[in-house]
Design a protein around this ligand. Structure first.
Ligand SMILES: Cc1cc2nc3c(=O)[nH]c(=O)nc-3n(C[C@H](O)[C@H](O)[C@H](O)COP(=O)(O)OP(=O)(O)OC[C@H]3O[C@@H](n4cnc5c(N)ncnc54)[C@H](O)[C@@H]3O)c2cc1C
Ligand code: FES
Length: 358
């Protein structure tokens, strides 16, 4: 069972006008529990207006650097938690944090010889920055080619850190910024000793094709990591496929935010049998509720985080019956074929269903 732990905030740093990074103090007895791979995320739990809310935030720190666990949070318009974190949290506060999780990570090894292509936009930089730092520090023979999209100079998160990395690893790290609404003063972007180029526009299909053509892989073993808004992910994937990049070399993290409206009707009051934390639970699924919500409302403690079909924390196996998933940005086609489901997105289609959490 995945538990929450109270972690103290070591420090808060304003990264841009609308984003903040939060560093956590992990006590030595929890070092092992909070071990992570570059690209993984934390789940934070808050009680806001009397309601328990959970959100996922990717770690932007690197596990191979002696730095505290850090997340970067960008405000979402009218967003409950992102604004709470930006407005109210301060050093010394404690936050309920679930240990690192997630399947978007780079398998970084000292002897690897690879070219990493990193595509990010906006707050999608967070897991990408963790992968970037970890690769540069650990894999002395690998190259990193990165393109990062933002609105303007002022909205580039971690700009100082990125500039420092570019200067230090100029022989192995290429960084291109693209700005959709750059300020007229472009000169403030040239801060490193090495001349940089900046593009106007977005990380779209043309930009991605141009980028890979301009900076071909040095090592044959190339891997492609993408994190950003939905359209940026779709366009990047489309561009990579059009130049014959194999699907198994493309790794994607979505932050969610745009679930489609789904009108599929559930089987009314279907019987749910759930095997969870060593207990067998039998319960009817009320109309309009997902499998996950049914269990939570019955006082059970299934694992979950985003509740948006994005993070996979709520994954379980369907062992009998049929379900429908409203949104699935986390499971591969193969996993779905094997019977895995996202319980936060599942409604029953048959009179009874049976599921098993690992
Ligand atoms: C695996 C994972 C990792 C994540 N890592 C990060 C991270 O490193 N940094 C970060 O800032 N965020 C990250 N997110 C997004 C984060 O979890 C929240 O979804 C985000 O902060 C919005 O929460 P909120 O409570 O402020 O908004 P809500 O109150 O939940 O939503 C308010 C409105 O904003 C829309 N919305 C929700 N999320 C988004 C979004 N991401 N983009 C655009 N619109 C949205 C909703 O549809 C709704 O209309 C991550 C999400 C996942 C699943
Ligand atoms: S809780 Fe994130 S996919 Fe279900």
């Amino acid at each position: 069972m995945r538990n929450f732990y109270q972690l103290k905030i070591l420090g808060i740093k304003k990264e841009t006008e609308d984003s903040t990074s939060v560093a956590f103090d992990v006590p030595s007895e929890l070092y092992e529990t909070f071990n992570y791979k570059p690209g993984q995320y934390l789940t934070l739990k808050f009680s806001i207006n009397g309601e328990e809310v959970r959100r996922s935030y990717s770690l932007c720190s690197s596990p191979v650097l002696e730095e505290p666990l850090r997340i970067g949070v960008k405000r979402v318009k009218d967003g409950l938690v992102s604004n709470h974190i930006n407005d109210n949290l301060k050093a010394g506060d404690t936050v309920d944090v679930m240990p690192p999780d997630g399947r978007f990570f780079a398998d970084v090894k000292k002897d690897s010889y690879k070219t990493y292509y990193l595509f990010s936009a906006g707050s999608g930089i967070t897991p990408i920055l963790s992968i970037l730092k970890t690769v540069l520090l650990t894999e002395a023979r690998s190259y990193v080619h990165m393109i990062y999209g933002n609105r303007s100079q002022d909205s580039i998160m971690f700009n100082t850190e990125l500039n420092a990395l570019q200067e230090h690893y100029s022989d192995r790290f290429i960084l291109e910024h693209t700005l959709s609404r750059p300020k007229s003063n472009w000169s403030d972007l040239w801060k490193t000793s090495k001349e940089q180029s900046y593009r106007k526009g977005r990380v779209d299909t043309d930009a991605v094709k141009w980028f890979v053509n301009e900076y071909p892989p040095y090592a044959q073993n190339a891997q492609y990591y993408i994190c950003g808004p939905g359209t940026m992910i779709e366009n990047t994937k489309k561009a990579l496929k059009s130049i014959d990049v194999p699907e198994d070399r493309i790794f994607i993290e979505s932050f969610g935010g745009s679930a489609s409206v789904d009108t599929t009707k559930a089987y009314e009051n279907a019987k749910l049998t759930a095997h969870l934390n060593g207990e067998t639970i039998q319960i009817a699924i009320p109309q309009g509720k997902t499998v996950l919500r049914t269990l939570i409302d019955a006082g059970k403690k299934p694992p979950y985080s985003c509740e948006g079909g994005v993070c996979s924390t709520c994954m379980c196996k369907l062992t009998s019956g049929k379900i429908h998933m409203n949104n699935n940005l986390a499971l591969s086609d193969k996993e779905v074929e094997q019977g895995y489901i996202l319980s936060c997105q599942s409604i029953p289609l048959t009179e009874s269903i049976e599921i098993e959490y690992e």
